[in-house]
Every structure is written in structure tokens, then in C-alpha cells.
Design a protein. Structure first.
Length: 95
């Protein structure tokens, strides 16, 4: 008659579920923010969104964008490594 709450929740929220996808995106955005703060503590870098494995980042100037482009592969591999799967393929810089 009664079901365990953990059984109900695990059947309701699977990995492909929208809620768990949103949680994963939030984790990725937080990891990216931390990485950008570590690389450039004095610069304002706004991580906007992650869609179709593309990370959108807003910057103050083009010099910072070119500096990040040089480090892009390292940033992507570090974040993907921490998540455990390929969640980012490329980064788009907007200023």
C-alpha cells in the first residue's frame, strides 16, 4: 500500500529528466565561474548559459576574450573532467 519515498523519487527523476538536467547545468555553470575567477580574479566574467554543449560567456573587453580563447581547451577539459562527461564542446565570448 505504501511505497518508499526514495523509490518514488528515483523513478520520477531519472538522469534524462528535465530537473536533473537543470541541476547538471547549474553545476557546470558554477564550475566555470570558479575556474574563471581563479584564472582572472580581478576581471568581471559573466557565465550566462549552457545550451547544446556551448557555453555563453559575457566579458568586458576583447583582450580578455582573446586571453580566454588561448586557454579554452584547458578550461573545457577541466570542467568536463570534474563533471565526468562531455558537457561543454565550445565557448562563445560576447562583449
Amino acid at each position: 500500500m505504501f511505497n518508499k519515498l526514495s523509490n518514488i523519487l528515483s523513478s520520477k527523476y531519472r538522469k534524462k529528466d528535465d530537473l536533473s538536467r537543470q541541476i547538471q547545468i547549474a553545476k557546470v555553470l558554477d564550475l566555470c565561474r570558479e575556474e574563471f575567477r581563479y584564472l582572472f580574479p580581478s576581471e568581471e566574467i559573466n557565465v550566462v548559459s549552457l545550451k547544446n554543449k556551448t557555453l555563453l560567456v559575457e566579458l568586458n573587453n576583447s583582450v580578455l576574450a582573446s586571453e580566454l580563447r588561448m586557454r579554452e581547451t584547458r578550461i573545457i577539459s577541466k570542467v568536463n573532467g570534474q563533471i565526468g562527461s562531455e558537457v561543454i564542446k565550445k565557448i562563445i565570448y560576447r562583449f
